[in-house]
Ligand binder design. Structure first.
Ligand code: ZN
Ligand code: ZN
Length: 734
């Protein structure tokens, strides 16, 4: 059987990495294995595991009988791993141990019991068999190593170059050093050679192959320090998988990892963004007893889970950390920001400030600023700005850029411009953020002014800058200028238009009513049009009430994304508008079948440093009574001004706000009412909304700004509206 296995493997797509051939699907298999171990861990009884382990120790192969002895629950959950993952945080991670004894067995016992036919759906038991099939890979690797398949290129995976090394360490210097060691007979000295391997491996990823050469040609077995150095080098390289392959090789050769090994392995998993691999490594950490006693490993784990989107697990581990340094606090904040849990990020920051032993650093503040700008929490952002000035921290370019972005996103474009002028060092990102900020505020002329200033400063616009410039033209309806910039970006600045730029152009043409031109552009672009691109045209069709093209566009979108909510709603609305009720039912039913729900409208408003969220029709806020009274008062005053609520069910309306919901209960109206109750006369109200503002809310806001004499700034999903004195900055063009 071993021979046939080997033969089978030879036909697989084999990649040659570092002189060590690996089946192309090895890592997929490995992470699948880690996932299943994880499932086994928390869904099986340890008794069954013990039984399995016992049998394997006796030299028995896993038989179907044993696999079936794993509880029914485990099997059930494997059919739906997503469900299992959501329950993961509830399980005490410390109970990993027994599961990872199994993991050991998987790695060392080369068993392959079945040849899987991919056309036949796998039974539950075969799922498990897969694990053992995978474990066969390591043995295969060893055999393959003997054969040394040559001439197969490493073609299937590329990673962005690592940013961690800027060193220009010259490999020639290392070669000279190496030669000297050989000449002096020092190659026998394991400590000296270890230092050489470490220096070469860590100096620069480009030198890794040379380090590997020294490492693999030693006359004696390398020590753990050398293994760690190699693993560390690869973890920071553009081929982090190599770090894990080396680790497996190291364990195969009987070495035990030490506490230095794991942070590098987790770094590699982090780079790969592979949660399952990290879970496997975490299991081994526990097995070696490092989880509860090593601060670096704990911090690496928090960092790993936070970066891979498992912020609950990160939090669990964070709470259990022996010591929390600023790195682990920052990792947690970053994790919350990445998972869109911005309020939690700010809560962590506040808890951090209560600690005397932790000093906030630039990375902390960057995380907080990012959270604030997403929440539209202007006051909190201003507080961070003041904090930087008070604590005499240096306003770095990164922090400055993030703050400009925050001010712009929070509707305070003046503050953004002021800060921009104060910052001495600016790069293309800083300029682009400023131009982008002006663009979403509809200040196209100013944005173009900044573009000229930027060029005068000797900084060339890049791809991102042009996206903002085109967007500025689009929001202001400046078609001719937009077309001109679109031409010069590639002709003069060598910036090839991306699908995003084309999206801006479709938007620009579409808004201006040039629907045929927009459609023509979509057909001409060198990329496959995506849902976003079609979506821009759909919005234009809605605005300009072009039913025929809209229907075609919506259908194109559904081909690409059958679950697209906007396209479904649009179709349903146009059919309703012409009385084709059968089609309406069809669309509605398919939405139901696909489980598509319109996302509810939600608005955020900040008051005294706290962010309040209102969902359309929300009656859960503790001030609901007062808010409803205020809404009645608003309605009364607006009707005196001649406001007639827009009739519900505008046929072409694709706003995802619940139609059934009374217009007066739209989330931004709730937020405005709340703001009017709780702030002093004259205080501007700033609201962040997740969807587009609907027509009724837009005209109501204009009048509210006049009647109550308030500046109301609403950021919806596409731009800013500054309502003041009965007018909006978008000039009703949005
Ligand atoms: Zn509305
Ligand atoms: Zn507006």
């Amino acid at each position: 059987m071993e021979l046939s296995l080997f033969g089978d493997l030879n036909q697989r797509n084999v990649v040659n990495s570092g002189g060590y051939p690996i089946p192309a699907n090895f890592f997929d298999a490995f992470s699948e294995m880690a996932r299943q171990i994880w499932l086994l861990h928390h869904l099986t009884f340890s008794f069954d595991l013990e039984a399995l382990i016992f049998e394997v120790k006796k030299g028995c192969r896993f038989s179907k009988v044993y696999m079936e002895s794993v509880t029914e629950d485990a099997f059930l959950s494997m059919e739906n791993p997503q469900v299992s993952f959501t329950v993961v945080p509830r399980f005490p991670i410390a109970n990993f141990k027994s599961a990872f004894t199994l993991e050991d067995l998987f790695l060392t016992q080369g068993i392959c019991e079945k040849t899987r036919n991919s056309n036949v759906p796998m039974s539950k038991a075969e799922n498990i068999t897969d694990i053992f099939e995978i474990s066969g890979y390591l043995k295969m690797l060893q055999r393959l190593e003997a054969v040394k398949t040559r001439g197969v290129s490493y073609s299937n995976i590329t990673f962005p170059p690592s940013k961690h090394f800027t060193s220009s360490s010259n490999v020639i210097n290392f070669k000279q050093l190496h030669a000297k060691l050989i000449r002096n007979g020092d190659m026998e000295n394991i400590l000296t050679v270890g230092k050489l391997v470490a220096d070469v491996a860590i100096s620069n990823p480009a030198n890794l192959s040379y380090a590997r050469l020294i490492f693999s040609n030693l006359k004696y077995p390398p020590n753990i320090f050398m293994w760690n150095s190699m693993i560390r080098g690869y973890a920071h390289s553009s081929t982090p998988k190599e770090a894990l392959i080396l680790f497996l090789e190291m364990r195969e050769k009987g070495y035990s990892p030490n506490n230095y090994t794991f942070p590098f392995l987790l770094k590699a998993c982090n780079q790969l963004m592979d949660l399952n691999l990290g879970l496997g490594i975490h299991g081994i950490v526990i097995k070696y007893g490092f989880e509860d006693c090593d601060v670096f490993i704990q911090t690496s784990l928090v960092n790993f889970y936070a970066s891979c989107g498992s912020v609950q697990i990160a939090r669990l581990l964070f709470d259990r950390c022996l010591q929390r340094d600023v790195t682990s606090w920052n990792a947690l904040i970053k994790g919350y920001v990445r998972s869109g849990r911005y309020m939690d990020a700010i809560r962590v920051f506040r808890a951090m400030q209560d600690r005397v032993d932790i000093e906030v650093d630039e990375i902390t503040l960057l995380g907080v600023v990012l959270a604030c700008s997403q929440l539209g929490a202007l006051e909190m952002g201003r507080w961070v700005h003041a904090y930087i000035e008070k604590s005499r921290m240096e306003m770095s370019m990164n922090l400055g850029t993030a703050l400009i972005d925050l001010y712009a996103r929070c509707g305070s474009i003046d503050l953004a411009v002021n800060l921009f002028k104060k910052i001495r060092e600016k790069d293309v990102r800083t300029w682009s953020v400023m131009i982008g900020g002006l663009a979403v505020h509809g200040l196209a002329k100013e944005a173009l002014g900044f573009l000229s200033d930027m060029q005068r400063d000797g900084i060339d616009p890049d791809s991102v800058t042009f996206t903002h410039v085109l967007r500025a033209c689009s929001h202001a309806g400046m078609v001719a200028e937009g077309l001109r910039f679109f031409d010069i970006m590639s002709e003069v600045y060598n910036v090839e238009p991306t699908i995003e730029h084309y999206g801006c152009m479709v938007d620009l043409l579409g808004r201006a009513g040039c629907l045929d031109e927009a459609l023509g552009l979509i057909k001409r672009i060198p990329y496959k049009p995506d849902v976003v691109l079609w979506g821009s045209l759909l919005v234009a069709c809605r605005t300009h009430k072009n039913v025929v093209m809209g229907e075609m566009v919506a259908k194109e979108m559904l081909k690409l994304d059958p679950n697209h909510c906007g396209a479904h709603v649009f179709l349903s609305n146009i059919y309703a508008s012409v009385g084709q009720w059968c089609e309406v039912d069809e669309v509605r039913n398919s939405m139901k079948e696909l489980g598509i729900k319109k996302s509810p409208g939600s608005s955020l408003i900040e008051l005294d440093g706290d962010v309040h969220e209102f969902v359309a029709g929300d009656q859960s806020h503790h001030q609901t009574n007062k808010i409803n009274m205020m809404l009645d008062e608003i309605a009364r005053l607006l009707s005196l001004e001649g406001h007639v609520p827009t009739v519900k069910g505008i046929p072409y309306d694709i706003d995802e706000e619940e139609k059934e919901q009374a217009l007066s209960q739209h989330s931004e109206k709730l937020a405005v009412a709340f703001g009017l109750i709780n702030t002093k006369q004259g205080t501007p109200l700033r609201i962040v909304k997740n969807l587009r503002v609907c027509e009724d809310c837009h005209s109501a806001m204009k009048l509210i700004s006049k009647v109550f004499n308030r500046l109301i700034v609403i950021r919806d999903c596409s731009r800013f509206h500054h309502f003041s004195g009965g007018l909006c900055s978008c000039k009703d063009y949005w």
